[in-house]
Write a protein that binds this ligand. Structure first.
Ligand SMILES: Cc1cc2nc3c(=O)[nH]c(=O)nc-3n(C[C@H](O)[C@H](O)[C@H](O)COP(=O)(O)OP(=O)(O)OC[C@H]3O[C@@H](n4cnc5c(N)ncnc54)[C@H](O)[C@@H]3O)c2cc1C
Length: 294
């Protein structure tokens, strides 16, 4: 497992995260952006943006390309993976992302619109046979039967990992265009409807009423709900509660963009990202936390 140290880690590479990164970098902080391979699925899908000042008629993809180009010109470090969880330890935050641990003084959460449940009451089965990170919980399912409900191709890597240790791995894609899956993984094309089991997961019922007995269900590749990232983070309904400095209730953790609430728009995300980037930079400077810049 690799370890690395930063002043500020930005979770999410949409407009909010990229804006935060540029501004924190200008304040000479050691910054890394942790985001999915496709930055900002919503912006990628937007066919026409007419409300971003100075750029009428631009497509979402064109705007995203110019944001990425800006970030690349500033040599900002970026890694294509999603954060699974955050822990606090002696004034440092440790972010678990796949096989890596990233250690930092400050975090800006810019993970987009909060995750909505895929299955009814799924949160009540969390830790009772339902998980959101197969590589983290994998050993608990050695020799057992599991299903991976996948929102995107990011889940394929985890399915292949689970095929090494489980008795049976089913894979239910909720997206088009499956990549490379281990031969032992059985693909199911169906729609999941509800979890079976009183308290613990015992199986899954599909929309066509078929049933599958299971020991575990993993829901992967979707957006991350903020409360799953770090416990104790204060929410306002499903959104992260922030003040005008984009500070959350946890000192050192800031949030920006769609994850803090409506309006869900690019300009609001870019603006909040800027405020979060500047305030996170000020936070690490004031605490004398700054690492020597590379
Ligand atoms: C079809 C469509 C049309 C739109 N049209 C317009 C428009 O015309 N004008 C306008 O202003 N807005 C428009 N929007 C909205 C706009 O795209 C969003 O408001 C904007 O992209 C939000 O930026 P963000 O950075 O907050 O989040 P996002 O762009 O959603 O980026 C969040 C990123 O964080 C990543 N992420 C999630 N969880 C994690 C994790 N645990 N670790 C690391 N990374 C993570 C996600 O994969 C994603 O890449 C449109 C959206 C859609 C879907």
């Amino acid at each position: 497992m690799e370890q690395s140290l930063y002043d500020i880690v930005i979770l999410g590479c949409g407009p909010a995260g990229l804006s935060a990164a540029v501004n924190a970098r200008i304040r000479n902080k050691r910054v890394i952006i942790v985001g999915a391979a496709l930055c900002s699925p919503p912006l990628h899908k937007a066919q026409l943006i007419n409300n971003y000042l100075g750029l009428p008629g631009i497509t979402g993809q064109e705007l995203l390309d110019s944001f990425m180009d800006h970030v690349d010109k500033m040599n900002l470090e970026r890694t294509s993976m999603k954060a699974d969880s955050i822990m606090e330890e002696n004034g440092w935050f440790k972010i678990l992302a796949g096989e890596e641990i990233i250690t930092t003084r400050s975090i800006i959460i810019a993970t987009g619109i909060p995750y909505k449940e895929t299955l009814p009451a799924e949160e009540s089965y969390l830790g009772k046979g339902l998980g959101y990170c197969a590589t983290c919980d994998g050993p608990l399912y050695r020799g057992k039967d599991i299903i991976i409900i996948a929102h995107s191709s990011e889940a394929e890597h985890e399915a292949n990992f689970m095929a090494e240790i489980c008795h049976k791995v089913y894979y239910l894609p909720l997206y088009k265009g499956i990549g490379v899956l281990d031969q032992r993984v059985e693909i199911i094309y169906n729609k999941p409807a509800k979890i079976l089991g009183q308290e613990y997961v015992e199986g899954l019922v599909f929309k066509d009423n078929q049933r599958l007995e299971l020991d575990g269900i993993f829901i992967l590749g979707g957006e991350t709900s903020p409360e799953r990232l770090i416990s104790g983070l204060e929410l306002d309904d499903k959104h992260i509660k922030v003040n005008r400095q984009q500070e959350t209730n946890i000192p050192g953790i800031f949030a920006a963009g769609d994850c803090t609430g409506a309006p869900y728009q690019v300009a609001k995300s870019v603006g909040e990202g800027q405020v979060a980037g500047l305030n996170a930079a000020r936070y690490v400077s004031e605490k004398n936390f700054v690492l020597s810049h590379r």
